[in-house]
Design a protein around this ligand. Structure first.
Ligand code: ADP
Ligand code: MG
Length: 421
């Protein structure tokens, strides 16, 4: 397919109403339109979905989108249907459908109405679905959240490991598009290996978030008081405070409330209705602060979160980056403050001690990296970006002065000791 940039822009406008591509989108889409394997690594919010949605809408046939979560698929299908008159244009094929619904989906696919078919990996593995899809004209297979393939990722799903052999059964030379927000070199290697996409063209966006300010403070007995002081200094601003345990979430939310701060707790122990209510209160700005476990945040897009506090150090730099990434989505200030005490690391180690040895080894390696981050006197941004395989110029790079170490360098001697350690 030979298309000019003008053609692409008019399709973008027609289907999505946007007048400009974000970042690497146009290059990615050109590559997909040429039927080449494509690997897209972009931070959360970077606009990865459009990278496969637009070419799927433009190409002949049906694109399969593999995605790990039914909720994510539903959102996307609703969004796509919102841009078209024709409901059959996007479908989810999964185990939650009734027989009649499955029949309708298959009919739409066979009739060429369906441009995007979202499936969970376990649905794709089903023999009846493989047999059905074999007979369909497929434009490409997009594997979203591709880090689920890797044990080094933050969300390993064994079913992702079988995708390649299933895709091979669906037809010859079906292009594969892998997409992830996990930038660590180890995860990327795993994805390329597992999806056998050594010839794929790789598109990697920068993970630098220059508007985020990174700070680590020692965690003492007075951590609650420190948090209260910080929140009061930032009165009226939206913020998320992450805690490791549900118990701590509830306690801290209460402590904040008693101190006149409008806060709600959030963790997976609440029933769905309560969770939805607290989440809405935060999104609608009825409260300033949500105190939460990591159960909070996936898919939440509040653009003006002004701070993310970690009451406990998270289990990896990857998690820290994802969680702090919810601050400053609108490009405005975002203060990322982590409280760190080594005894919390020991707690995390203990959590892992019941797990299989291989898992423990990976877990400990990841933990050592976040410890090094917390203890470093280097540019924190450089540290994070280095972890993602990206070189950052701590003098002239964008956001170079946006961390505690850059603003208040430690005395030279002390810093030197650390390098030698
Ligand atoms: P990711 O999957 O990379 O986390 P999404 O695909 O969910 O990101 O996109 C994030 C947001 O960016 C969405 O609200 C989407 O509508 C928006 N977006 C994507 N591409 C563009 C564009 N070219 N112009 C404006 N907004 C865009
Ligand atoms: Mg996405």
């Amino acid at each position: 397919m030979s298309l000019t940039s003008t053609d692409l822009h008019s399709s973008l406008k027609k289907y999505f109403g946007f007048s400009k591509f974000k970042g690497l989108q146009e290059k990615v889409i050109e590559n997909i339109l040429e039927d080449r394997d494509t690997f897209v690594i972009m931070p959360t919010g970077g606009g990865k979905s459009l990278c496969y949605q637009l070419p799927a809408l433009m190409k002949e046939g049906t694109a399969i989108v593999v995605s790990p979560l039914i909720a994510l698929m539903k959102n996307q299908v609703d969004a796509i249907r919102g841009i078209s008159e024709q409901t059959g244009i996007a479908h989810v094929l999964n185990s939650s459908l009734t027989k009649t619904e499955v029949k309708q989906v298959k009919e739409d696919v066979v009739n060429g109405l369906t441009k995007l078919l979202y499936v969970a990996p376990e649905s794709l593995a089903k023999e009846e679905n493989v047999e059905f899809l074999k007979k369909v004209h497929l434009s490409f297979v997009a594997v979203d959240e591709a880090h689920c393939i890797s044990e080094w990722g933050h969300d390993f799903r064994p079913e992702y490991r079988n995708l390649r052999s299933i895709i091979d059964r669906l037809g010859d030379n079906i292009p594969i598009i892998g997409l992830t927000a996990t930038a660590t070199p180890k995860v990327q290697e795993d994805i390329i290996k597992n999806l056998a996409m050594t010839d794929a063209k790789v598109f990697k966006a920068s993970f630098n978030r220059p508007n985020l300010f990174y700070e680590v403070r020692p965690k003492t007995q007075n951590v609650d008081a420190d948090i209260i002081r910080f929140v009061k200094q930032n009165q009226g601003k939206s913020g998320i405070i992450y805690c490791l345990s549900r118990k701590r979430v509830e306690e801290l939310a209460q402590v904040l409330q008693v101190n006149g701060i409008s806060a709600v707790p959030y963790h997976a122990g609440f029933d769905a209705k309560t969770r939805a209510r607290y989440q809405d209160m935060f999104l609608m700005e009825e409260v300033d602060v949500v105190v939460a476990t990591i159960a909070f945040g996936m898919g939440i897009d509040k653009p003006d979160v002004r701070f993310v506090i970690h009451h406990d150090i998270p289990k990896s730099i990857e998690s820290y980056y994802q969680e702090t990434g919810r601050a400053g989505r609108d490009g405005g200030e975002g203060h990322c403050l982590a409280f760190y005490a080594y005894k919390d690391v020991e707690k995390l180690e203990k959590f892992m001690s019941g797990k299989p040895v291989a898992e423990q080894e990976i877990g400990n390696a990841l933990l050592q990296e976040i410890v090094a981050y917390a203890e470093t006197s280097m540019s924190r941004r450089k540290f994070i970006l280095h972890y993602f395989g990206e070189d950052f110029d701590e003098v002239n790079g964008e956001g170079a002065d946006m961390d505690d170490n850059a603003r208040n360098p430690k005395p030279k001697e002390e810093a030197k000791d650390e390098v030698l350690k």
